[in-house]
Design a protein around this ligand. Structure first.
Ligand code: F0G
Length: 459
């Protein structure tokens, strides 16, 4: 039997960006000044930045070269046509409307498809997606399988839809009140968990019976495809690129934050196969973003995106990308740290409820944990718990999600294995001192997407 061999990143490093590390005292001060919200820290005060994988990836030399090919014409930029051709070829959607990032596409598709009083079932909520559904008059309904809400469940496809929940909703409110099902590949708030092809096919079959469409949040579709290749029967011999196309072919419209999978610092789009929706979107984009051939982006951004899309569906890229996330996850599991299982694709999610069994959700355990981690080592993470979940628009009460998580999100092609080792050591240290943590109280709360700008004080 051959011994299992190591793998390494399929690239070498051409340019570096020096990091700065503050003293513990300086970090304590910075955290207090930031109102115990890692979104309000200055990036210069951060040592290893795991806030998000959004717009933080390293571009390739080809993408950087692509920037020089930017055609900055107001109308009809050559880079738009390159992007359009790439979206058709790699993703398989017919029509493209570029936007400056994902939430702009969510805004536009919500406005087009949702009528006040509609219901939008989805495989768990995402913050911006749900907000735009609500602003358009819709009500989000979570129809993900129960396992997704259980950080201990090792279900390999926790992004799956519970077909009974979906059927029940259709029976209850009627198919005419459900314009579409929102399907995310992979599910961010569940811990970066994939949906299986078999489940997506079953959702397609059920919804087609009722004339309900599928809007695909394809922000991390290539990562989802990689997990299907690794873990779903019948897909081991298919390429990530082939699986991506198959996923997309089961959906009608797509919103994309190209800042993730597609390896760019800014960019997104709305894609559709429906010429009527395309015409409406193309018209709305000029109101909110810019002309339909740039949608708020520079020509050079669209060029970098077109190149990044092709790189994102390469098997060896995903193997290294997801492999690095799993490397960190496995280090933490070995230390007995409570994390969401199985390890997802874009980050490792710490289970703050199990870090701090002595804190209630009103004391913001995940917010506390992210702050403690920064103070310990300068590692910046993100709260994904009660603060992110916001308030119920009807009752004004906090939404109390089952998952109270801190996300260690790994930018693509940016950090090394040694950085992952440092992160794991710091998390272990914070875990050992967990019983000393006191929790936080919210002293400022913005109206929308409060997690970005809320401020806290120590209890
Ligand atoms: N959908 C998903 C699944 C996302 O993760 C994001 C962004 C969006 C939509 C919105 O896209 O930021 O380009 O407007 N997620 C980032 C994150 C912010 O950190 O997870 P955007």
């Amino acid at each position: 039997m051959m011994k299992k061999r190591s793998w390494a990143e399929p690239y070498k490093i051409k340019m570096v960006e020096p990091l700065r590390m503050l003293s513990r005292k300086e970090r304590e001060k910075a955290m207090e000044e930031a109102g115990y919200n890692t979104f309000l820290l200055r990036s210069e005060d951060v040592y290893i930045d795991l806030l998000t994988d959004s717009g933080t990836s390293a571009m390739s030399d080809r993408q950087w070269a692509g920037l020089m090919l930017g055609d900055e014409a107001y109308a009809g930029s050559r880079n738009f046509y390159h992007l359009e051709e790439t979206v058709r070829e790699v993703y398989g959607y017919k029509y493209l409307v570029p936007t400056h990032q994902g939430r702009a596409a969510e805004h536009i598709i919500s406005k087009i498809l949702i009528k006040p009083g509609d219901y939008i079932p989805g495989n768990m909520y995402f913050t911006t997606t749900k907000l735009h559904q609500e602003l358009a008059g819709g009500k989000f309904v979570d129809v993900i399988i129960d396992e997704a809400h259980d950080p201990e469940s090792e279900h390999p496809f926790k992004g799956n839809v519970d077909l009974d929940k979906l059927q029940r909703l259709i029976d209850e409110v009627g198919a005419d009140k459900i314009p579409y099902v929102a399907i995310a590949t992979t599910v961010n708030m569940a811990g970066g968990q994939p949906i299986s092809m078999a489940n997506l096919k079953a959702v397609r079959e059920l919804t087609q019976k009722y004339g309900i469409e599928i809007v695909h949040d394809m922000t991390r579709v290539a990562e989802n495809a990689y997990m299907i290749q690794q873990n779903e029967e019948g897909y081991a011999d298919k390429t990530v690129a082939e699986i991506v196309k198959e996923i997309n072919s089961l959906t009608d419209h797509a919103t994309m934050s190209a800042k993730k999978d597609a390896l760019v610092n800014i960019g997104g789009f709305l894609a559709t196969n429906d010429p009527d929706v395309f015409e409406q979107a193309r018209n709305l984009v000029v109101v909110y973003e810019g002309l339909h051939t740039y949608g708020g982006l520079a020509g050079r951004d669209m060029e970098a995106m077109a190149i990044g899309i092709k790189e994102s569906v390469m098997d060896e890229h995903q193997k290294a990308r997801v492999g690095q996330v799993h490397y960190l996850g496995n280090l933490l599991l070995k230390e007995g740290i409570p994390v969401v299982k199985p390890i997802g694709t874009h980050g490792v999610f710490l289970d703050a409820k199990r870090f701090y069994p002595h804190l209630t959700q009103d004391e913001f355990p995940a917010q506390t944990l992210a702050a403690e981690l920064y103070v310990d080592s300068g590692v910046r993470a993100m709260e994904r718990g009660v603060v992110s979940a916001g308030r119920n628009p009807e009752t004004g009460e906090h939404n109390y999600p089952k998952l109270e998580l801190v996300r260690l999100t790994i930018p693509r092609r940016v950090y090394t294995q040694a950085h992952m080792d440092v992160v794991a050591e710091s998390v272990a240290e914070v875990f050992q001192n967990a019983h000393k943590a006191r929790g936080l109280k919210m002293v400022f709360e913005p109206k929308y997407l409060r997690f970005f700008q809320a401020r806290f004080e120590k209890l």
